[in-house]
Design a protein around this ligand. Sequence first.
Ligand code: ZN
Length: 246
Amino acid sequence: MVDVLLASEPNASKYDLHFTVAKIPVRIHPMFWLVTGIFGLLGGRPSLVTVALWIAAVLASILVHELGHALVARAYGWPPKITLYGMGGVASYRPTRQTTQSQVLIAFAGPGAGFVLGAVVLAAVLLSGHAVILPGLGIPIGDGPPLMLGGGRLELFVTYLLWVNFFWGLINLAPIQPLDGGTIVSALLSRKDPSTGLVRSLKLSVGIAATLAVASLTQGYVFLVIMFAMLGFNNWQLLSQLRQPG
Ligand SMILES: [Zn+2]
């Protein structure tokens, strides 16, 4: 999720929800609720309460992620706005002069803000005397009774928050266009020579996407297989378009 499946910003709809956070305009397109809700239903425990908790966790996490991008863009003097759509979002702004540094910092600030939110949630879990296995990553942290044993609503909400902010934050840093990691690597590769930098970052995206698709297949993560296969294919298409003369 998080800026992953977005080709471009969706048109305005009369069901859009508008508000501001830190004076940054936020628009939530109705497809956000629908797509996130459907993914919630596909989870292991579909009920009205679990789907509502899932949507709340995704909403909070994507808002924090996009706010990370947006606040750094604003610090460069470029007024941002945030749109949530599908199961993702985008922070858009008009840069006057992008540098490698501004591109890297703005791109990293999204997952970075998510890691901070995840760390705050993790600290609260540890302070409550529980241990936790980071969802999706399988990393055990802390001692005491594991968090999920009770399986209550708060535990579920906390698990969703940890999953989205750590697991998806790391996925988002994979050096694949247009993930945040892809933006970072592309900016670094284009520093000396923008034209070869673009080709190299697209080639790298295809290679990493193919590798991660196979790795996800061996782990049985069907959604990730589909996502990485699509990302790899998109980058391969962009690469072929660049190679065609005229
Ligand atoms: Zn992002």
